[in-house]
Design a protein around this ligand. Structure first.
Ligand SMILES: NC(=O)c1ccc[n+]([C@@H]2O[C@H](COP(=O)([O-])OP(=O)(O)OC[C@H]3O[C@@H](n4cnc5c(N)ncnc54)[C@H](O)[C@@H]3O)[C@@H](O)[C@H]2O)c1
Ligand SMILES: O=P(O)(O)OC[C@@H](O)[C@@H](O)[C@H](O)[C@H](O)CO
Length: 488
């Protein structure tokens, strides 16, 4: 058994490829906030590919964690010289591991905020990238404006505060770079948010405006925020994943990442200066990412929501189980065909029929073992961004919302906290208390869950939506998820 460190790399067998480049020659060029599973399966993997081709050696990644729970990532990566194993899980059970070397540092911000600022202010840092989840952008779901209620954000608005939040660090670093005459870095959001670059710009500028209006203007005019669409299903790493890597490949890795074979990154070429030649390793560089982004969010991500609550209520626990059940697959395809797809603009070069069937195949990969619990988490950040826009557009066009409405009702039913077998559900959401409290009154007041203007806006007073929602919730209560799908 080999514990993963630089000195141990030579001891790994041929079936575990390792960085084919001299990592001591890799210079930091990117600061990444939110080094979780996805970043390590996606952007860090693309950079590792480039580095293996002898390119982008001045684009090493320094990760930053700002949340208390990120200490664990700091501990693991520090003891492994920032190396980790990416394991691709093929549907036939083949595991394809590779040691990734593009992450060259990791800073745990609560312990060392000045080191984070120094790294951000360093002229060598030309890109600051983000996978901080949808919630990390502090967007009020209905107004689309900055929500400053997050305590870390509010603390960073105090005059003279040492930054603690991602927004605090980025804005302070941009102010210092500006004062020192250092060009700003590009901010590259890689989160699943419609117009992720636009949202990052708007929220950071709103935050900066509360500190210094001039700085906000600088940020809006001088800093680049490319939009991008990112895609690779990356479930939470389990102990079984660690054990499989150790038993089958002899690698002892404190925190490997597992993912599906598919990967996609569609990126706007909107950088403040030079950037890594991402296109050399399969990234699609386009002028307008919006069609790709809408396709992915309204077909893939919204379908994840369409399968997770109904599947969970019916007794499933994994995405692949749901997607091997014809009743659920038919439901997903009908949602995609009749409701998601009509809201999409033409997507250049994409055969949407093929894309949708490929999605179902990807969801059904039994080796990925993506849990419904992961897909059900933080729904209050997902449903308003991925599904409700579909509902609104379909309503405005007088088209079907049957399946989207059932998904919303299944979320409301799920939030009651007990599944159809009477087992308790652990609702994970930053709005958990409010959601569960409302959902527990679903029976006596069927509109209580959707009467939250911060999440549903005007929908609670739309007659068509309300009528269909009430009927869907009643059906879930009376006959359950499976029979409701059968009755559609
Ligand atoms: N997992 C996937 O399949 C996948 C695929 C495509 C895109 N994404 C995007 O990546 C994001 C992260 O997914 P993941 O699988 O890496 O999750 P993860 O839980 O493994 O990692 C999330 C990271 O975000 C950080 N974070 C969360 N909230 C934050 C906040 N308010 N401020 C700063 N940092 C914060 C966490 O500390 C952690 O480092 C998703 O929310 C999504 O937008 C994920
Ligand atoms: O990670 P989130 O919260 O944006 O969404 C949950 C899943 O839909 C998402 O992680 C998908 O697996 C991913 O977007 C696939 O590329």
């Amino acid at each position: 058994m080999t514990a993963l460190t630089t000195t141990a790399l030579d001891a790994l067998g041929n079936d575990v490829p390792t960085p084919g480049y001299d990592r001591t020659a890799v210079k930091p060029g990117i600061v990444h906030f939110g080094v979780g599973g996805f970043h390590r399966a996606h952007q860090a993997m693309y950079l590792d590919r480039l580095m293996n081709d002898g390119k982008a050696l001045d684009w090493g990644i320094v990760g930053v964690g700002v949340l208390p729970q990120d200490r664990r990532m700091y501990d693991v990566l520090s003891t492994q010289d920032h190396l980790y194993t990416l394991v691709i899980k093929h549907p036939d059970g083949t595991l394809e591991p590779r040691v990734i070397g593009s992450v060259v540092g990791y800073l745990f911000a609560p312990d060392n905020p000045s080191a984070v600022l120094d790294r951000l202010v360093d002229p060598a840092t030309r890109i600051v990238s983000l996978t901080i989840t949808e919630g990390g952008y502090n967007v009020n779901q209905v107004t689309g404006e900055l929500d400053t209620s997050d305590p870390a954000l509010a603390a960073d608005l105090e005059p003279g505060a040492t930054p603690g939040s991602v927004f605090g660090f980025i804005v302070e670093a941009l102010a210092r770079r500006r004062a020192a005459g250092v060009p700003p870095f590009t901010v590259m959001s890689c989160d699943n948010i419609p117009g992720n670059g636009h949202v990052a710009r708007k929220m950071l500028a709103s935050f900066a405006r509360l500190k210094d209006p001039e700085l906000a203007e600088f940020l809006e005019t001088e800093v680049r925020f490319p939009n991008c669409m990112v895609d690779r299903i990356t479930p939470v790493t389990t102990d079984a994943d660690r054990a499989a890597l150790a038993e089958r490949f002899g690698v002892e890795d404190g925190w490997p990442v597992v993912c599906e074979p598919f990967t996609q990154w569609v990126l706007e070429d909107d950088f403040g200066g030079v950037r890594p030649p991402y296109e050399d390793v399969g990234v699609q560089i386009v002028g307008d990412v919006e069609p790709y982004e809408l396709m992915k969010l309204r077909l893939l991500n919204a379908s994840h929501q369409a399968l997770c609550y109904l599947g969970y209520l019916a007794g499933y626990r994994y995405a692949h189980e749901v997607c091997q059940d014809k009743l659920f697959v038919d439901f997903l395809l009908r949602y995609m065909d009749d409701e998601g797809t009509p809201t999409l603009p033409p997507v250049p070069g994409v055969d949407l029929d093929r894309y949708k069937h490929q999605l179902v195949e990807r969801f059904a990969n039994p080796e990925v073992r993506d849990t419904l619990a992961r897909l059900c988490a933080e729904s209050s950040d997902r449903i308003p961004k991925w599904l409700l826009p579909v509902v609104r557009e379909q309503l405005a066009a007088g088209r079907s919302i049957t399946r989207s409405v059932l998904v919303v009702a299944s979320w409301a039913r799920y939030a009651e906290g007990v599944d159809e077998q009477g087992e308790p559900i652990e609702v994970v959401d930053r709005l958990r208390d409010k959601l569960v409290e409302r959902a527990q009154h679903n029976h006596e007041d069927p509109l209580v869950f959707i009467s939250d203007p911060d999440l549903f806006g005007e929908l609670a007073s739309d007659d068509v939506f309300v009528t269909q929602y009430t009927a869907a919730l009643k059906s879930l209560h009376e006959i359950g998820a499976r029979a409701t799908l059968e009755a559609l």
